[in-house]
Design a protein around this ligand. Structure first.
Ligand SMILES: [Fe+2]
Length: 460
């Protein structure tokens, strides 16, 4: 299973410990200044992440700065640093009051004097949330996992060998650059046996319980990536397999990401995936997504063009969406990509990766126990889903196409003053917020339409 967690826990940092954070700040401020409102005025709010080693003293200094400039602190949350001991990190939203005359840029300079590090993570236009527009901007979003250490209840939390395996996977993910081959991972004999036990059982269940789109691709995935009871597939090979069919690539991540970061990667046709295996003591249980979930559960359908489109559109809908809509999209994602089921002439079939990677749940969803409702985004966003144990409710789609149409209709309800489009040539997100930009897209589409008409005419 994989959790797409609430965005309320998205506050995670990266890049700690850089000695020249002043330079980093200057770059961020340049970007911040460049994104001022259309009228040329400065935005009225900014989101920052700062770190302190003397929490009380540093915080009181910052509060003084804010008070002196009539700036309010509309949100603040804290946590211990993932990478720097005895350091606390804070996420804060600063809002300039009506009586405030100082520029936020000047105020931030003063705050900089009180903290160990400061990063502007969002600031600029008041009516939109920052989101990555290029692969280079998106890549760092995937190196800020929601946790760095295993929970004490994790089956591998006290196993030094397992912790060493996780450390290797962590290092690969944190140092990975999009566009480069995913480093190959070595697995122990025990790990191969664990993977083999899962693969062996699942492959007998797929023909009857998985959807036809999955079953059409899975044999090719197995063959081309050499998957067997004796061999754990390498992420790079699976990524190449998927890329050839839909353009999606896999990007190693060290643990779960925030919903916003995860969904933003989908917009670029990048699928964040974990490279580590569950603990060998519990082959049929994992408290978090592992490579069995990612590679067996997700990747066959990511190689299906319609499903890939469906996944990307959920990602595009998340770009610049307000937090409450990220939560709604997470629910839609959960009830489709993770635990979706669909209708076929021979009955209900699984297309969600949480089902396709669980020996027990891929059988359970067909019993009379769970509730089954028709898939509608409006239904998905109201459901409260369990992140552990079997789902109590599944949402049944008529087909992938039907689900995609419904997601599109839902995306149109997200309050954004623009729409976005992925440009595959530049691998970037285009923001369509002016007549000129829309006309440019129309010209491109016109060229493609002419090509289509030419092809059709030659078939006559
Ligand atoms: Fe997943």
């Amino acid at each position: 299973m994989e959790e797409v967690p609430s965005d309320s826990s998205k506050f995670k940092m990266q890049g700690q410990g850089k000695s020249d954070w002043g330079e980093e700040l200057r770059q961020k401020m340049t970007s911040y200044n460049a994104s001022k409102t259309k009228s040329g005025e400065e935005a009225s709010s900014v989101t920052v992440i700062f770190s302190l080693d003397n929490t009380v003293k540093g915080l009181s200094q910052i509060l003084c700065v804010l008070e002196n400039h009539s700036v309010s602190l509309s949100h603040i949350e804290s946590r211990s640093s993932l990478s720097v001991s005895a350091t606390t990190e804070f996420l804060a939203v600063l809002e300039r009051g009506e009586g405030s005359e100082a520029k936020l840029t000047d105020i931030l300079q003063q705050i900089k004097e009180c903290v160990k590090s400061l990063e502007v993570v969002q600031g600029g236009r008041n009516d939109a949330v920052w989101f990555p527009r290029t692969l280079e901007e998106m890549n760092p979003c995937l190196t800020r996992p929601l946790y760095a250490e295993l929970e004490p209840s994790h089956p591998g939390a006290k196993d030094p060998d397992y912790l060493a395996h996780r450390k290797k996977c962590w290092d690969v993910a944190q140092n990975y650059t999009i566009g480069t081959p995913v480093p190959r991972m070595e697995y122990s004999e025990n790990q191969v046996r664990t993977f083999g036990a899962i693969f062996s059982k699942l492959k007998t269940l797929y023909p009857s319980n998985a959807c036809k789109e999955f079953n059409e691709i899975f044999p090719d995935l197995v063959q081309e990536c050499n998957i067997s009871e004796e061999y754990i597939p390498q992420m790079e090979d699976v990524s190449q397999f998927v890329k050839k069919r839909t353009g999606f690539t896999l990007r190693p991540v060290s643990a779960l990401l925030s919903a916003r970061d995860f969904l933003s990667a989908l917009a670029f046709r990048v699928f964040p995936a974990t490279q580590y295996l569950r603990h060998t003591s519990s082959p049929f249980y994992t408290p978090e997504p592992d490579l069995c979930h990612e590679l067996l559960g997700h990747c066959a359908l990511l190689a299906n063009p319609e499903f890939a489109q469906f996944s990307q559109e959920i990602g595009l809908a998340s770009m610049g969406a307000p937090d409450e809509y990220i939560e709604k999209l997470s629910s839609v994602y959960w009830y489709t990509v993770e635990f979706g089921i669909c209708k076929e002439s021979s009955g209900r079939k699984a297309y969600g990766a949480g089902l396709l990677s669980s020996v027990a749940e891929i059988q359970y969803f067909l019993t009379d126990e769970p509730t089954v409702k028709p898939f509608e985004p409006s239904t998905a966003i109201k459901e409260v889903y369990p992140v552990e144990g079997f789902q109590t409710t599944y949402l049944l789609a008529d087909s992938f196409s039907d689900a995609l149409q419904k997601i599109r209709a839902f995306a149109a309800t997200i309050p954004r003053p623009f729409t976005v489009r992925y440009n595959p040539y530049t691998q970037s997100i285009e923001v369509l917020d002016s007549k000129e930009k829309l006309l440019k897209v129309a010209e491109q589409l016109n060229g493609e339409l002419n090509q289509l008409m030419d092809g059709i005419s030659k078939l006559k």
